[in-house]
Design a protein around this ligand. Structure first.
Ligand code: F3S
Length: 747
């Protein structure tokens, strides 16, 4: 399966047999994503396969965890009391490295600041047979693409951009830690059978248009909700011209549409990428089976969209939401209307989304043109390489020198600003400014924790060109930059994308493999730690309906996992549920006063922080609910967003709709994600209303919940709440959590 897993194999013959069985069962042609997903079903003969409806029990081939989510996943895995991981598992130390001064000092500081977390995760990997990618080894999705992804495979990862692996023809799905624990424990992983959105690509990219522009355009078409419950599957003649890493970029950012994952069929460029990353044996092994690595003739999609690459323009998306897509030709006008500052305060390239050799060689060609003309970026430029392999390969090709000659700050091979771990001193909090990045996400406060930073997303080429000009509305296809000698400098379009001529450097020293005999390994965990805390099981459901509950907060508008449990400085407490719960919902807007982190305690009348109020309720033994708007929990797989409300005595989130991963996470932690049958009922609820939830005993049979609302003046009304619980998930609720259920079943 990889150079690092000598005893795990890819069995394309078995995959072929499974695909035939599924095709015989369904009696219809299959899309490519269906082939990959269904060939990993636990028991194909008994499976109920209905897109958008039934639940599948799947057997992923491996699990990857990043260090922020791995802490809680590993704490939960340890509670299962098993001797080793049931499938190949890796941990990647990428999220906890704070970007400040540059790679060397940032890495040293992270090593000191996070020592106990790294020691804990390293020891867990050693004990249970996992691979530990050391701090600075790279960003999880690049490391997976370079080492573990393979066409036709199924992987889950505890990060929402896991779909990056779809660029190598893999179904790679972002999940919460509790799902990862199931798979690491040898249980099947449950997923509602996704619908399939087909994206037909025609034509070829050229000039300034990059693979990133395909997903920037698509995010605009689908919006942040349009992919929910679906896999986005690409096909058509335009696919063959795309590079493997370009396709990975597209799949990576497909997460911004809410899609379960995104995937490309096998192409020759994937074969070349496998060779360049020292995995020729996979490329050779799959040759006889290539017919399984694309959709069947006549396969049907639930929806088809078409994008013509030849006429596609570069796009700039943002600010505040990744689906606000603007073509380059109308961006000047739109920027002016938005009133956001035209002066760029920073340009950021790299991250898991756009740090391939191809991306950065194209971007560096623009820098070289500028250097040759005597120019340097007018906006500070920062680069986060995706992995040590890629960074060394870029170094050997002289590409890093170009970035350094242009005055770029080279950050560690880590997420850094992308996950809010940016200790930004040059711009004060609250100061209005514009930033452009080649990352994937641009929610308010995402990079530097400053809600006044307007974040725009574009291709690396566009980020570099605009950073050199220092202006957000600079259009490198038509604009020029005045030079001191009175002439004008105009960019030539970047060259076509290339693979490194001698392949990628294999920097294996950044991976710590587990010992052959793990019996002597002790888990590194201090009982006094304020970073890592073992979990106390949640209490099972009492068997009674919930009566007369206060609303902790009625959330207004967008509420992503960043609003529910922000990142940045809070990363510190990802392994300590009590401590991290202090940030619960601090970014959510309270409908009562339009403010963040100020809610009224219904018992004392006092206005206080959300978490402080929840703790006060908990100290009274009082349970509570949250009322929320559309797509609650969009964004990331961060299961803390479900664990924290549960820990603080929350029992239900009642929303107009949920993001898929978060909805599952809530169920796994024994919470009730409930959906207004009539979305307009959200508007009828006042934050001071009291809520009763009736009919909970029938939820496992698919029955709706009846919500009784009692107003302050005693007026009452009832409404219906829907849900997506299946019988197994309902057992999580009854047992108190999925982990409780697992332990009960173990006996
Ligand atoms: Fe890291 Fe990529 Fe997420 S850089 S923060 S894994 S979007």
């Amino acid at each position: 399966m990889s150079r690092h897993d000598r005893d795990a194999f890819i069995d394309y013959a078995r995959l072929d047999g499974n695909i035939r069985r599924v095709r015989d069962k369904l009696k219809r042609p299959l899309t490519y994503s269906e082939k990959v997903l269904y060939s990993h079903i636990d028991n194909i003969d008994e499976a109920d396969i209905r897109r958008g409806d039934s639940y599948l029990k799947l057997r992923p081939a491996r699990v990857a965890c990043q260090d922020a989510t791995a802490q809680m996943a590993m704490i939960q895995f340890m509670s299962a009391g098993l001797p080793k991981f049931a499938v190949p598992t890796t941990v990647h130390c990428d999220h906890l490295i704070v970007a400040k001064d540059g790679k060397d000092s940032d890495l040293t500081n992270a090593g000191e600041a996070n020592k106990e977390v790294y020691d804990f995760l390293r020891s867990v990997c050693a004990k249970y047979g996992g691979g530990f990618w050391e701090p600075g080894a790279g960003i999880i999705h690049q490391t997976v693409l370079e080492n573990y992804a393979y066409p036709g495979g199924l992987i889950i990862g505890t990060d929402s951009h896991t779909p990056n692996g779809g660029g190598l023809g893999m179904a790679a799905v972002g999940v919460g830690g509790a799902d990862a624990v199931d798979v690491m424990s040898g249980l099947p992983w449950e997923l509602k059978t996704p619908k399939v959105i087909g994206i037909r690509l025609t034509g070829t990219l050229s000039g300034w248009t990059a693979p990133k522009d395909i997903i920037l355009k698509l995010a605009g078409l689908l919006t942040v909700k349009g992919g929910t419950g679906s896999i986005v599957e690409y096909f058509g003649p335009g696919v063959d011209s795309l590079s493997c890493t370009g396709m990975a970029t597209i799949c990576n950012m497909g997460a911004e549409t809410g899609a379960t994952t995104s995937i490309f069929p096998y192409t020759q460029t994937m074969g070349r990428y496998l060779q360049a990353t020292s995995r020729s044996w996979i490329e050779e092994g799959l040759r006889p089976w290539q017919h399984n690595l694309r959709a069947d003739e006549g396969a049907e999609y639930d929806q088809v969209l078409e994008i013509d690459l030849s006429s596609l323009e570069p796009h700039i998306n943002g600010p505040s939401t990744p689906d606000l897509a603007t073509p380059l030709s109308s961006f000047k006008e739109e920027r002016e209307k938005s009133g956001q500052p035209n002066e760029l305060s920073a340009g950021l390239v790299g991250s898991c989304t756009n740090s391939s050799f191809g991306d950065l060689s194209r971007a560096s060609s623009l820098l070289q043109q500028a250097i040759d003309a005597g120019l340097k970026p007018r906006a500070p430029l920062m680069l986060s390489p995706g992995s040590e392999n890629t960074k060394r390969t870029l170094g050997d090709a002289g590409i890093l020198d170009v970035f350094e000659n242009a005055g770029t700050t080279l950050l560690a091979n880590a997420c850094g600003p992308c996950c809010g771990s940016w200790d930004r001193t040059s711009v004060q909090k609250g100061s209005v400014n514009s930033v452009i990045t080649s990352y994937n996400r641009n929610f308010t406060g995402r990079l530097d924790g400053n809600p006044a930073t307007a974040i725009y997303v574009a291709s690396p080429e566009m980020v570099v060109a605009k950073s050199i000009a220092g202006k957000l509305d600079f259009d490198p296809t038509i604009d020029s930059i005045p030079l001191p000698d009175g002439t004008d400098f105009k960019f030539q379009p970047p060259p076509a994308e290339l693979l490194p001529p001698n392949g990628y450097v294999q920097a294996d020293y950044v991976l710590t493999k587990p010992p052959v005999d793990p019996r002597q390994v002790e888990i590194a965990l201090s009982p006094d730690s304020d970073r890592i805390q073992l979990l106390e099981p949640f209490r099972p459901w009492s068997g009674h309906d919930y009566e007369d509950l206060p609303i902790l907060i009625k959330v207004e508008g967008k509420c992503t996992t960043d609003h529910i449990t922000p990142a940045g400085p809070w990363f510190r407490y990802r392994g300590h549920l009590d401590n991290i719960s202090n940030n619960t919902l601090i970014g959510a807007i309270n409908a009562a006063n339009k403010e963040v982190n100020t809610v009224q305690n219904v018992f004392t009348g006092r206005w206080d922080g959300v978490s402080a109020t929840a703790r006060e309720y908990k100290s009274r033994g009082q349970q509570w609910v949250v009322i929320a708007d559309h797509n609650y929990g969009e964004g990331s797989s961060r299961e803390h967003a479900a664990l924290q409300p549960r820990f603080l005595n929350g029992v239900a989130i009642i929303a107009r709709s949920f993001a898929r991963i978060h909805e599952t996470n809530l169920k796994k932690q024994g919470m009730l994600p409930l959906i207004f049958a009539n979305p307009a009922d959200y508007d009828r609820i006042d934050p001071k209303d009291r809520i009763s939830l009736n009919g909970l005993a029938s939820v496992g049979k698919g029955e709706p919940v009846t919500m009784l609302v009692v107003k302050e003046n005693g007026e009452k009304w009832t409404i219906e709440l829907q849900h997506t619980f299946n019988p197994e998930q309902y057992e999580f609720f009854v047992a108190g959590s999925a982990l409780n259920l697992m332990n009960q079943r173990k006996g």
